[in-house]
Design a protein around this ligand. Sequence first.
Ligand code: GH3
Ligand code: MG
Ligand code: MG
Length: 482
Amino acid sequence: MRTDLVKILFFILAYLAISTLLYFYFTIDKKNRTTVYLTQQIEKLKSEFKATKNTYDKLGSFVYDELTSDKGFLELLQKGDRSSIYSYLLPYYKILRRYNIQYLTLLGPDGKTLLKMHKPTLKPTRSAKPFSENESRLMIEFKKPIYMQNRLIGFFKSAISYNVLKSELQRLFKGYYEYVIKSHLINKDIFRYGNYLFIQSDLNPRYFYEESSYRKQNSKAKELIHAINLTIKDLVANRLGQNANFALVTRVNGTYYVVSFLAISYNNTHIGYLISYKKDDTIKLFNTIFLQNLFFSNLLIIIFLAFIYYFLHVRYRFEEMAVTDKLTGLFNRHKLYEIADHEVTRSKRTGEPFSIIIFDIDHFKKINDTYGHDVGDYVLAAVAKLVQKHIRKYDYLFRWGGEEFVILSPHTDSKGAYKLAEKIRRLIESFEFEKVGHITVSLGLSQFYPETDENIESVIKRADNALYQSKREGRNKTNIAL
Ligand code: GH3
Ligand code: MG
Ligand code: MG
């Protein structure tokens, strides 16, 4: 019973150990999958950003190509006649505006602003107000050199605001986009130039977004972005400062969202992030895969361990059957040799003897003849039960064959064994067997002498001889072989 409990406990522990290991393995696996996937999402945002930017660059290039192939325009530019240039450029500028390119600027070869089409200063002042650094940071610019007869005569610059880029991204790709800029860029300069108004981002107090872009978002988008921002606020706090791209997963109302951050720089200074918020079922799938993996691996472990347990149990049962006598339930001769082997080794090592008692039921044939084989069987089983009950816990009782039994008594010399033998003889003699009444046994015993005996055979032989001595001397007797 106790060994069964130990075995079951062992299997439960084995199960827990393997299951825990697998849990960690699948957790790491899920994490790796997610990491790879998020990296792809950053790449995706990069591509979206690049592709959208490219369309605006192409639109500007179209006008640029038209202008630079027109000799008349090049001459006007070289002269620096603002109002003529303005009239010349106006139809082009109107086209560009239709495509949301609001900023068109011409610069001199020295890089100084000559004319801003979106804010023209037509009077020939010493120099038109240049773009402020900060204003540039709120735009995406496409600047190209203008040559006349291989001489640099100025620059063509078209630009779009991040607001325009954002709405275009939103139109082309699924999800919501946000552009946030670092707080230290929000200063008077920006306000003065663009009438820009900024709101502190609910994502991080160090980042701001344009009020006008916020106003343009529909309320559903605003609510969702706000809800997502609240869940990732703490997660991004540290990462935002690193000025590097990153992406993360969050869950709002049971829906997974991937939020990707693309770091934006201007002249190698970090200015902010383009953020995309996208609903994502792939992350949900990773979770499902994780749970499926856990479930099926646990099921497999249970089946596997149950199989091993069953296999070991069956083997144990077979082994027991091979060494157990069916009629009496006692160990048989095979087991005697097995146990005797241990005892011989131990006795040789410690010098302590052990004893063998052989006993045989007297006139057993008569019982069979008189009462039948079944009653004979009953007597054999009853004797086994009776003796088993009266020997010490560490004594072994075996059915040697027929109506003969053997007791192996560890730590016992022939003197001690004699006492035990006599006890058994008297016990059987006084016991009242059903139908049969009283029976007797004859016994012979011998001890193992560690110095002279090599194996159990000689001890059994001596005990057997002593048993026959008892038979010859009239039965119901014990003899010691020295
Ligand atoms: P002794 O006092 O000299 O030992 O006489 P005995 O009759 O007991 O000895 P003998 O060896 O002549 O007879 C043993 C008998 O035990 C013979 C055999 O049929 C019987 N026997 C052996 N095994 C079994 C068994 O499993 N069941 C039954 N019922 N009888 C058995
Ligand atoms: Mg007999
Ligand atoms: Mg016999």
